[in-house]
Design a protein around this ligand. Structure first.
Ligand code: GDP
Length: 364
């Protein structure tokens, strides 16, 4: 290599010729292998064999917003469908502080006593806003999180409640294909997420506390109507009597509701998750319910209804996304909104103009 500094005019400067650069600093040093991309068949094979790493990666694809991930995910789900369905799915709801994590930890150990595998999933629509899911922290379930037969997955975070719920439902399918025969879906008992959970489980368990005044709210929000079992937690120490009283109140309140389609009369029990008291009775109830609804046909009926519900939900979600993600619509939305706010356009006309534009865009 020529060094211009060695020119006559730069007196007192001399740059030595360097040594040749070796082709590789260390030929034995292995390059970090590129992360291998799995094919749909790889995912399905791994999942069906019960490979947890591959299952987790597939769930990540389900949760991804990238269209290319979604298309692989949908194929994987479709291929896993024939292996799914053979589980009991239990929704567990309760306000923050009701003792969900403590309870799920002991519930999980209880249902795993007889073997099998348990997946704990969650629906927490607040997780995107708070950027940290209330239900996301695995360490909340200390014993279960280190149990070899458990798989704990925090709530998917992106998108609307409908989107989050769909992803959880799809994750159920993958988990079942991976041999998980018990699925818990946890949700915070504060809003519409219960409806979403109810639409994907066989049994909906509502955790309540004594004497919080929440009982009435549960009635108002229609959550109690969905419950197949109401369990009053923290029935320990000086709280036992209060819990029993609350149980009696709940039993009375349940009489106000029309009898559920399942023909099952929801039960109210008291327990202590922390001291592991009354947990067996709760699961005896769940298993009794399963036998009952399997015998009278409601189990299959409910699952079919849920499949139907999710078909329409998926249609709605995709139509909505396709509309709002359309470039032309994105451009027009703000302007139309402003015109409505200024009183220059009625809401109805604005909506029609946007929809007409969208349909025209589709024809292009
Ligand atoms: P989550 O927000 O619904 O998940 O509730 P946690 O499981 O985090 O419990 C909230 C608080 O209640 C914690 O301080 C627990 O130790 C306490 N707790 C949970 N279960 C019981 C119980 O059965 N008895 C008593 N006394 N406290 C409990």
């Amino acid at each position: 290599m020529e060094h211009p500094e060695n020119n006559e005019e730069y007196k007192g400067l001399a740059v030595n010729k360097g040594i040749e650069q070796p082709s590789s600093v260390n030929p034995y040093l292995k390059r970090k292998p590129k992360k291998r991309l799995f094919t749909v068949a790889d995912y399905v094979e791994g999942i069906v064999k019960g490979n947890i790493t591959i299952l987790s990666q597939a769930v990540t694809l389900v949760e991804s917003v990238k269209p290319e991930h979604q298309s692989i995910a949908q194929e994987v789900i479709e291929k896993c469908l024939p292996y799914s369905g053979r589980s009991i799915r239990v929704g567990i709801s309760g306000v923050p502080g009701a003792g969900k994590s403590t309870s799920i930890d002991v519930f999980g150990l209880h249902v795993l006593e007889k073997g099998g595998k348990l997946a704990v999933l969650a629906i927490d629509p607040s997780s995107e806003r708070s950027k940290g899911s209330i239900l996301g922290d695995k360490t909340r379930m200390e014993q279960l999180s280190v149990h070899p037969a458990s798989f704990i997955r925090p709530s998917p975070s992106a998108g609307s409640l409908g989107g989050v719920a769909r992803k959880t439902r799809e994750t159920i399918i993958l988990c079942e294909a991976a041999g998980f025969d018990k699925i818990f879906v946890e949700t915070v008992g504060v809003g519409q997420s219960e409806t979403a959970v109810h639409s994907m489980v066989d049994f909906f368990l509502l955790i309540q506390l004594a004497g919080t005044g929440d009982e009435l709210q549960g009635i108002k929000r229609g959550i109690m109507e969905m419950a197949d079992g109401i369990v009053i937690n923290k029935a320990d120490g000086s709280n036992i009597d209060k819990a029993k009283l609350a149980a009696a109140q709940f039993r009375n309140a349940l009489h106000l509701f029309p009898a559920p389609d399942s023909g099952w009369t929801p039960k109210v029990l008291t327990y202590s998750g922390f001291y592991n008291l009354g947990v067996k009775e709760i699961w005896d109830m769940v298993y009794e319910y399963m036998d009952f609804v399997k015998a009278n046909g409601y189990f299959d009926y409910r699952r079919n209804e849920q499949s139907k519900y999710w078909m329409y939900e998926s249609i709605n979600e995709q139509l909505r996304d396709s509309f709002y993600q359309n470039a032309q619509i994105e451009q027009m939305l703000g302007e139309k909104e402003q015109q409505v706010l200024n009183g220059n356009l009625t809401s109805f006309v604005a909506a029609k103009k946007l929809l007409d534009t969208y349909f025209e865009e589709l024809r292009k």
